[in-house]
Ligand binder design. Structure first.
Ligand SMILES: NC(=O)c1ccc[n+]([C@@H]2O[C@H](COP(=O)([O-])OP(=O)(O)OC[C@H]3O[C@@H](n4cnc5c(N)ncnc54)[C@H](OP(=O)(O)O)[C@@H]3O)[C@@H](O)[C@H]2O)c1
Length: 224
């Protein structure tokens, strides 16, 4: 398969690339600074300099692969959104930045690679999302920036599922659990390697019954 992974230089994205390469997929790995991405360089993926918050950068990425069919786009790039994440102590600039990356970035990349996906055979778009973006599961006031941006991402994933249904392209949001990365921190119970394995398992297993859904690492459909 030909696969796009964004935010590929560290964390879950890097592990996704490693496992995709290990099973024989061809990976077009996007990160902001490929020249400094030593671990990613070692994987054998093809590297691209891409900032998902920058439309010109994403357009150049898609143009560089203009002739290539793509089977799977994994929108993994994400940020937490800073420390001030409650209504009474809220960082609007950090929120705008997080929205640009977590929500609009994924929309931008998915839109840019739609022609490539139409030519591919896999026809799947995946989004690294979170239950923290599930409105119906919210029971605490914290992480407001992150929750807002992932709620928007969840809506993007679901809307695109309807928009691309007739193209037979799946759109699926995946909640990877709490994962030990720079974002997840050292106390998270799941390693990036374990998370990547289960994410790829869910993407591989996804059918149209899962399109437009938020799935966990066991394939259960989560409440939005
Ligand atoms: N860790 C968890 O517990 C957890 C739980 C649920 C969902 N997720 C989601 O899973 C995804 C990966 O998370 P992670 O834990 O691996 O996070 P991470 O270790 O902090 O890595 C984030 C990745 O996103 C990239 N990125 C940030 N801004 C970018 C931009 N503007 N353009 C391109 N790439 C950008 C980073 O690149 P730089 O090195 O250039 O900053 C990095 O490669 C995120 O979408 C996150 O929200 C994580």
């Amino acid at each position: 398969m030909n696969v796009i992974v964004t935010g590929a230089n560290r964390g879950i994205g890097l592990e996704l690339v490693r496992q995709l390469i290990a099973r024989g997929d061809r990976v077009e790995a996007a990160c902001r600074q490929p020249g400094e991405a030593r671990d990613l360089q070692a994987t054998g993926a093809r590297l691209h300099a891409v900032d998902v918050a920058d439309g010109a950068s994403v357009a150049a990425f898609a143009h560089a692969l203009a002739e290539r069919p793509i089977d799977l786009v994994i929108n993994n790039a994400g940020v937490f959104g800073g420390m001030r994440q409650r209504m009474q102590d809220f960082d609007f600039d950090a929120a705008t930045h997080a929205f640009e990356i977590n929500a609009l970035g994924a929309l931008r990349v998915s839109q840019a690679f739609l022609p490539h996906l139409r030519r591919g055979t896999g026809k799947k778009i995946a989004y690294l999302s979170s239950v923290l973006g599930a409105v119906g599961q919210t029971n605490a006031p914290d992480h407001l920036v992150y929750r807002m941006s992932k709620a928007a991402l969840n809506m993007i994933a679901r809307s695109i599922a309807f928009e691309l249904h007739d193209d037979r392209i799946l759109s699926i949001a995946v909640h990877p659990g709490w994962v030990r990365t720079d974002m997840g921190g050292p106390n998270a119970p799941t390693t990036a390697s374990e998370a990547a394995r289960s994410i790829l398992g869910q993407i591989d297993a996804a059918t149209f019954a899962d399109s437009g859904e938020l799935v966990d690492t066991k394939g259960a459909h989560l409440v939005w």
